[in-house]
Design a protein around this ligand. Structure first.
Ligand code: NDP
Length: 245
């Protein structure tokens, strides 16, 4: 039997990138995955179904508390259960603090941190009644180590780590675990555009001299959401190739 047979997993920001890879791996493990995103999810849902998995898309803007709660309740009512939530939706608006526009500070905090609260609150109510559940928050190593030009982003991710640890203490007695994964440099469209010189400079900062892949992050997420992590809660798994040790 696969790890996630019969389970329902919601992945915010699941249309592409790391979220889509988490959806692929959970679906391959037998989960019915719900890709919840402001972006169109047609492509990832079709891909998972073509591979024989179960998937659906839900339009969701994590900054809209009412719409997010309605979507979570609808998913629960359609499937009769909600086993896994991955708070993955996130953005960057990088700039040095002295030049940062207040709206870029606000937007990053609103999506990356407030968004996790808005989706997790209705989900936690369901999981507490169910007396089981797994919540995995996608943070970042910059939430642990800081990074010039990312005060807004690293504050949001450090906040998400504090949220993870406190909620783990609240939900543990109800058999709901809450953990975080903190990725480092992950191979995305952005890192594809690096020059050879930039890539060589980057490689000097990591212990394992390669970029991470969305699969590296998704493996840590599926571990935390799976049956082998039932006694693990409130932790942050750093998937950064030793960028932060
Ligand atoms: P992507 O931009 O590829 O995917 C994020 C998805 O979230 C997009 O589809 C995006 O849509 C969506 N999204 C944005 N805002 C909202 C919203 N308000 N409501 C719902 N969905 C939304 O990012 P990655 O896959 O690279 O990153 C995923 C997570 O991993 C993020 O939390 C990021 O901070 C974190 N991370 C990524 C790293 C990396 O190197 N890639 C490193 C460390 C952490 P849209 O395109 O419209 O914005």
């Amino acid at each position: 039997m696969a790890d996630f047979d019969g389970q329902v997993a919601v992945i915010t920001g699941g249309a592409r990138g790391i979220g889509a890879e988490i959806a692929r791996k959970m679906a391959a493990g037998g989960a019915h995955v719900v890709c919840a995103d402001v972006l169109d999810t047609t492509e990832i849902v079709a891909e998972i179904k073509a591979a024989g998995g179960f998937a659906e898309g839900r339009p969701m803007d994590v900054t809209d508390a009412t719409a997010a709660a309605d979507a979570i309740r609808a998913i629960h009512s359609d499937h009769g259960r909600l086993d896994i939530l991955v708070n993955n939706a996130g953005i960057t608006r990088d700039q040095l603090l002295v030049r940062m526009k207040p709206e870029d500070w606000d937007l990053v905090l609103r999506i990356n941190l407030d968004g996790a609260f808005k989706v997790t609150q209705p989900t936690a109510k369901i999981m507490m009644r169910q007396k089981s559940g797994r919540i995995v928050n996608i943070a970042s190593v910059v939430g642990l180590m800081g990074n010039a030009g990312q005060t807004n982003y690293s504050a949001s991710k450090a906040g998400l780590i504090g949220f993870t640890k406190s909620l783990a203490r609240e939900l543990g007695p109800r058999n709901v675990t809450v953990n975080a994964v903190a990725p480092g440099y992950i191979q995305t469209a952005m890192t594809d555009a690096l020059t050879d010189d930039q890539r060589a400079a980057l490689m000097k900062t990591v212990a394992i001299p390669r970029l991470g892949t969305p699969g590296d992050v998704a493996d840590a997420v599926t571990f935390l959401a799976g049956p082998k992590a039932s006694y693990i809660t409130g932790v942050v798994i750093n998937v950064s190739g030793g960028l932060y040790i």
